[in-house]
Design a binder for this molecule. Structure first.
Ligand SMILES: Nc1nc2c(c(=O)[nH]1)N[C@H]1C(S)=C(S)[C@@H](COP(=O)(O)OP(=O)(O)OC[C@H]3O[C@@H](n4cnc5c(=O)[nH]c(N)nc54)[C@H](O)[C@@H]3O)O[C@H]1N2
Ligand SMILES: Nc1nc2c(c(=O)[nH]1)N[C@H]1C(S)=C(S)[C@@H](COP(=O)(O)OP(=O)(O)OC[C@H]3O[C@@H](n4cnc5c(=O)[nH]c(N)nc54)[C@H](O)[C@@H]3O)O[C@H]1N2
Ligand code: SF4
Ligand SMILES: [Mo]
Length: 754
């Protein structure tokens, strides 16, 4: 008899609740969970294909270890022995920096990815950390760090209550949203319009999201910072700026008009290729809307001025008084996050506390640019990366110049991949540690709840028992921490969780501002419930969190969540009694509590930003390239790793180069023909799709393709490999403040192929 079980979907940031149908230990179906407090039954084609992904026969089942040049299946102990034999010895001989760590996107979608990488990095002591963030949202972390003092204080648009949404460089109808966790994003956009609200989309492509909009502006790629600067300029010049109650928390408001002086709509119009009048109208509409939210994503982040654009998004939210108010852009308060602290000056946010060894790139949020990983492996000298631990990452396809990185990885002394697939990156590993399929893993969204449009908390236990020959991904990580610490075989993996719990409790009981100040940490640890180390850690975070039961200690009065919010008294036990989650209400204002700047105020014009504005001004003088490339996402894809499920490939999900008819005519390209595309990093031969969905002067190629390397185990993906767009990049184009690769709006040349 088939049974059903709830499972939060880990396949994108929307975090929908699924109801899985399970026969024996096999997932045979997935539908939207109508009782889920957040997603209310929504499901997209990827969620519907959960079973196909879960059962993919190419998923690795056992660890692999390289012996005599070949990867061979081994038992778990043998795999960890190989790690324990290699990594501590390398660190002893060559120092901590000789081990690099690469963390990929799915770490945001697993419990293990949230709980263990900080412990791994602590154990290794390396500064060579590279993540998907520098191919993605690092500009937003940096702008938030500078504005609010906390790189994780990222305001999200209040989709369900706003009257006006200005959306730049995002296509949530295909991506389902990012840094804005909202199941059924498309439905929420339709609801915005149905209640009389306005949606304006800024995108060089006429996307499915743009087609839902009241207005679609298609500027030249890379020009968002200019457009946003002109909007801010107009608000200031026309006396439309009105921060309202925010004013008392602002520093730098008086200096802003000067800083933006030479970004009038007329100044930026030619570079944006938009009429100045249209920019002015948009600014006036934004100011006039009862509430409004400006939201920018990939297409505004992964560009030459990504940090400036990300900063300006919030400058506009602030100038219009929409930051931190319902209907505007608010800071979520996740249940497993820290309790808000009393307002006051904080430690602030610093950039460039150290630099990368070879090119001297400044760190941002303790990370170095992933675009610089290859050179850190290749370039001889002290501190060279000799060993790499890659967790849920496929940088050979997701980062610039995969060919160079591919060669660099092949030259490593030692590499570990924690990955379910033998793919373009993990094929270089000496040890591959495969996590179980998602049906055999528990789930809580530690990361994504911090960006959700509604406060809520959900936890689903593994719907299917773990196969006898598998390890839970949390245990895989915990054992890895032990192995690199020289503790393999000398401690149980649960000791890693116990240490984390003890550390957190020691801190909170020593904190004079905590209601648990002076309590006995060992007694509190004894009160934790949960069937496993990660469950006990979740219990601890929930109980100490903003809605937590604080182990029965009374919360101090006047705390931010005072007034007994729904869900107060939270613990794992309480959450387990609500298998479809607990709704914690709409987002609420959180200023000034979120601020951690040294001034204790919003620092509207931080020095590193002010120092970048002249570079933006130079962009006005330069001559724009005739042809630039942007990416695109397809609903049935996800970065590089979902091309191996038949239900998700084919149809319109193809790796084609979209070219505008005018450009096609000019260059002699035909629909269905082939073209050679060339840029800094090399050339690709790709099929051409002529369409007016891209604006003239812009071509679009999706990322995550290029599954044509040998030594992988991806039967379906290998049969329709596509081309790796990131081969067009050489890794030198970066947003300087954040180290984020310029993946959108870089110049290319095109020629027809016979
Ligand atoms: N040109 C261009 N390049 C881009 C982008 C773009 O828009 N254009 N987008 C960028 C963005 S936003 C991102 S986030 C990066 C993503 O960059 P990456 O994170 O490097 O790439 P993914 O394709 O997400 O690869 C994820 C890896 O995790 C593995 N995996 C899947 N599920 C699990 C799991 O449960 N546990 C573990 N341990 N591993 C798992 C997959 O097999 C795969 O190897 O790509 C970036 N690259
Ligand atoms: N189906 C699907 N869903 C996904 C993913 C996926 O690969 N597939 N990946 C997930 C990940 S890791 C992330 S980070 C999110 C990303 O989610 P989104 O931010 O929504 O990303 P995209 O769909 O790539 O949309 C970026 C848009 O920016 C436009 N653009 C390019 N350059 C510019 C520019 O200079 N200015 C402006 N204004 N627009 C520009 C592109 O045409 C594109 O439509 O999606 C997540 N969800
Ligand atoms: S929208 Fe995202 S979370 Fe929801 S079902 Fe689709 S892939 Fe899963
Ligand atoms: Mo991403």
């Amino acid at each position: 008899m088939p049974r059903t079980a709830p499972r939060i979907c880990p396949l994108c940031e929307a975090t929908c609740g699924l109801t899985l149908t399970i026969e024996g230990s096999t997932v045979t179906g997935a539908r939207g969970d109508r009782d889920d407090v957040f997603s209310r039954g929504f499901l997209c084609p990827k969620g519907a294909a959960f079973g196909g992904l879960d059962n993919d026969p190419d998923r690795l089942r056992t660890p692999l270890v390289r012996r005599g040049g070949h990867l061979r299946e081994v038992g778990w102990d043998e795999a960890y022995e190989a790690v324990a034999a290699a990594v501590p010895a390398l660190v002893r001989e060559h120092g901590a920096q000789s081990v690099g760590v690469v963390l990929g996107n799915p770490n945001a979608h697993t419990m293990a990815g949230a709980l263990y990488p900080p412990l791994l990095l602590g154990a290794l002591g390396t500064r060579n950390l590279f993540t998907a963030s520098t191919l993605d949202q690092m500009p937003k972390h940096v702008s938030s760090g500078l504005l609010f003092g906390d790189p994780f204080a990222i305001p999200v648009p209040d989709l369900d209550r706003t009257d006006f949404l200005l959306l730049l460089g995002a296509n949530p109808v295909e991506s389902n949203g990012s840094l804005c966790t909202a199941p059924d994003f498309p439905g929420r956009l339709k609801a915005l319009r149905a209640r009389g609200g306005t949606l304006v989309v800024v995108d060089p492509r006429r996307t499915r999201t743009a087609r839902l909009a009241d207005r679609h502006l298609a500027p030249r790629p890379g020009a968002d910072a200019l457009l946003l600067a002109a909007l801010a300029h107009t608000l200031l010049a026309e006396k439309l700026a009105d921060p309202g109650p925010l004013a008392e928390h602002l520093e730098g408001l008086r200096e802003l008009p000067d800083a933006l002086a030479r970004f009038t709509p007329e100044d930026v119009a030619p570079a944006c290729d938009l009429p100045a009048a249209e920019i002015r109208t948009l600014a006036r509409e934004l100011a006039a809307a009862p509430t409004a939210a400006v939201y920018g994503r990939i297409g505004s982040c992964t560009t030459e001025y990504g940090t400036l654009a990300s900063w300006l998004v919030d400058v506009l939210n602030i100038l219009t008084g929409n930051l931190d108010r319902p209907g505007g852009a608010l800071f979520p308060l996740p249940a497993a996050g820290p309790r808000p602290r009393p307002a006051g000056p904080g430690k602030g946010f610093a950039l460039g506390r150290w630099r990368s060894r070879v090119s001297g790139h400044p760190e941002a949020k303790s990370e170095l640019p992933t675009a610089a990983l290859a050179e850190e492996i290749e370039t001889p000298g002290e501190g060279r990366i000799r060993a790499l631990i890659a967790i849920a990452a496929n940088p050979v396809l997701s980062a610039p110049d995969g060919r160079r990185l591919d060669a660099a990885l092949a030259g490593l002394d030692f590499m570990v991949s924690v990955d379910p697939y033998l793919n373009e990156t993990s094929r270089h590993a000496h040890v591959v540690l495969p996590p179980p399929p998602p049906s055999q893993s528990a789930h809580h969204d530690f990361a994504l709840n911090a960006f959700a449009v509604r406060n809520q908390v959900r936890y689903t236990r593994a719907p299917v028992p773990l196969d006898a020959d598998r390890l839970d991904e949390c245990e895989i990580h915990a054992r890895l921490v032990l192995a690199v610490s020289g503790m393999h075989g000398r401690a149980e993996p649960s000791a890693v969780d116990d240490t984390a719990v003890q550390g957190a409790l020691a801190k909170v009981t020593a904190d004079r501002q905590s209601p648990l100040y002076g309590a006995d940490p060992a007694r509190l640890a004894g009160l934790l419930t949960g069937e496993s180390g990660p469950e006990r850690r979740l219990d601890l975070m929930l109980r100490l969190g903003p809605y937590g039961d604080l182990f029965g200690a009374a919360a101090p009065s006047g705390s931010e969540t005072g007034g007994a919010p729904a869900g107060a008294g939270l613990s794992l036990e309480r959450l387990l009694a609500h298998p479809h989650g607990i709704d914690l209400g709409p987002l609420r204002p959180r200023l000034p509590g979120v601020l951690k700047t040294r001034s204790g105020r919003i620092e509207l014009l931080p020095d590193p930003i002010a120092a970048e504005l002249p570079r933006l001004r130079e962009a006005l003088a330069g001559r724009p390239a005739t042809l630039v490339l942007v990416g695109r996402r397809h609903l049935r894809s996800n970065n590089s790793w979902m091309h191996n499920v038949p239900a998700l490939v084919g149809g319109s999900n193809r790796c084609t180069l979209q070219v505008h008819p005018e450009d096609a005519d000019r260059l002699g390209l035909t629909d269905g023909g082939r073209a050679r595309i060339t840029a800094d990093g090399g050339s690709l031969d790709v099929p051409v799709e002529v369409t007016d969905a891209v604006r003239a002067g812009v071509v679009s190629l999706p990322h995550g393709w290029g599954h044509d390397r040998s030594g992988t185990r991806l039967a379906v993906a290998g049969s329709v490999p596509g081309a790796n767009v990131n081969q067009l990049l050489d890794g030198t184009r970066l947003d300087p403040l954040s180290g984020t690769a310029v993946l959108n709006g870089f110049p290319v040349a095109l020629a027809p192929l016979p």
